[in-house]
Design a protein. Structure first.
Lengths: 175, 248
């Protein structure tokens, strides 16, 4: 069959598709072609593409998981930051309050001390003023007696003794 | 086919389908290297170029050729898995082989002066009968006599079942015929019509129209080449599904 002459049938004007003499040739080469393609695909191409696709989907899955992980970490970090911030704020306000209280108590003590000193100075001053007033009264009385004596001696010498003059002046000064 | 010498019109729409030896002028023997052999070899080279050379970088972020190879892989893999089910994936390499061979034969055949191996009933019949035999064997191996329940429509009334069984058996055996003639017929018709329009292009009065028609037909054939490869493959998947799950 393979060696039958075919020229006549093909060129006579019929359908070349129905020229059965070329069938063995076409079928043989088709089978060869299919076997070659099959082995190229099943041994090389398809496993390679399959592994590339699997690797890619694995990479994508891993990357998404890693991204999820990092996102979680970011949220945790933000929470920690907020917590640290709140703690720091509380600590700061505590320190402010403490310091304020300390300063207030120091201030109160200083004011009290100053008040006490002022009171003491005022008392001293008053005492001194009282002493000065007393001594001034005595001096005035002494001066008045002396002057009275001198006046009496000048007006009526020898008639009135010094003692009665002094008593009269003392009564006058008191009164 | 029809040759009319008057007016310079020469119609030889079937000449392009002739199988002739590539070297010399002898008879076409079984192992002769013919134009058909050459275009099949070019299809093999195209498959290797796309699926092996195109993917040689194995990149996580694919190059253009690797993207196309992955797209084709994913497309056919999805088709097999969706139609034939998980247990059909085992036959994915052979279905991929069929798809790529038909696809590249069809598209290479659209090059000017090219030969289209898939326009020959001898080629498509071998492809279809191969699928038919393989599917029948798989059906009986996987399901035993239960494979025959494919022909016994249990949802129909009992009286109708023998008649339906007869129809089912006939349609089962017609499958390889329609499967192969659909592909060869589509490829042959398109190429022949383009050739007829090319014959008309020799007439000055209608040559613009003829060239426009050739362009339009060529665009249509670009669609048909892809669609027929797709149809052949999806029917193979459907037949495989029948073999693996005859009860549905």
């Amino acid at each position: 069959m393979a060696d039958t002459p075919t020229e006549g049938a093909a060129s006579s004007g019929g359908m070349p598709q129905l020229d059965f003499s070329t069938f063995p040739n076409q079928i043989f080469w088709l089978v060869v072609t299919l076997i070659v393609i099959y082995f190229v695909l099943s041994r090389v191409a398809l496993p390679r593409i399959g592994s590339v696709l699997a690797e890619r989907s694995g990479t994508i899955t891993n990357d998404i998981a890693a991204a999820e992980d990092l996102k979680q970490k970011a949220v945790e970090a933000e929470e920690a930051y907020n917590k640290a911030l709140a703690d720091a704020r509380a600590e700061a306000s505590r320190i402010v309050d403490e310091t304020k209280a300390e300063i207030q108590s120091g201030l109160d003590a200083a004011i009290a001390e100053a008040d006490a000193e002022i009171a003491a100075r005022a008392a001293e001053g008053e005492k001194a003023i009282a002493a000065i007033r007393d001594s001034a009264k005595d001096d005035a009385a002494a001066v008045a007696k002396d002057i009275a004596k001198d006046i009496v001696a000048a007006v009526a010498p020898g008639k009135i003794d010094a003692k009665s003059v002094t008593a009269a002046v003392a009564a006058k000064v008191k009164g | 086919m029809a040759e009319s010498k008057d007016g310079g019109l020469v119609f030889k729409p079937m000449e392009q389908f002739e199988v002739a030896p590539l070297f010399g002028d002898g008879p076409v023997g079984m192992f002769t290297i013919t134009n058909s052999t050459m275009w099949m070899a070019l299809a093999v080279l195209a498959v290797v170029a796309l699926m092996v050379l195109g993917t040689r970088s194995r990149a996580i972020i694919p190059s253009r050729s690797q993207s196309i190879a992955e797209l084709v892989y994913g497309f056919i893999y999805q088709m097999v898995e969706d139609i034939a089910g998980k247990d059909g994936v085992k036959y994915f390499p052979y279905i991929m082989t069929l798809f790529l061979f038909i696809l590249f034969s069809n598209y290479l055949g659209l090059l000017p002066k090219a030969f289209t191996p898939t326009s020959h009933i001898a080629v498509t019949a071998v492809l279809a009968v191969g699928v038919f035999v393989a599917v029948t064997v798989i059906g009986f191996v996987k399901n035993g006599a239960g494979f025959l329940s494919l022909f016994w429509v249990s949802s129909a009334p009992l009286a109708l079942r023998p008649i339906l069984a007869l129809i089912e058996v006939i349609s089962y055996f017609v499958r390889p015929v329609s499967h192969s003639i659909r592909l060869a017929g589509n490829m042959m018709a398109g190429h022949a019509v383009i050739k007829v329009f090319a014959g008309f292009a020799a007439l000055l009065a209608i040559s613009p129209l003829a060239i426009l028609a050739i362009t339009a037909m060529y665009g249509l054939e670009m669609l048909v080449a892809g669609i027929q490869a797709y149809v052949f493959t999806i029917l193979t998947c459907v037949y495989l599904k029948d073999a693996l799950h005859p009860h549905h």
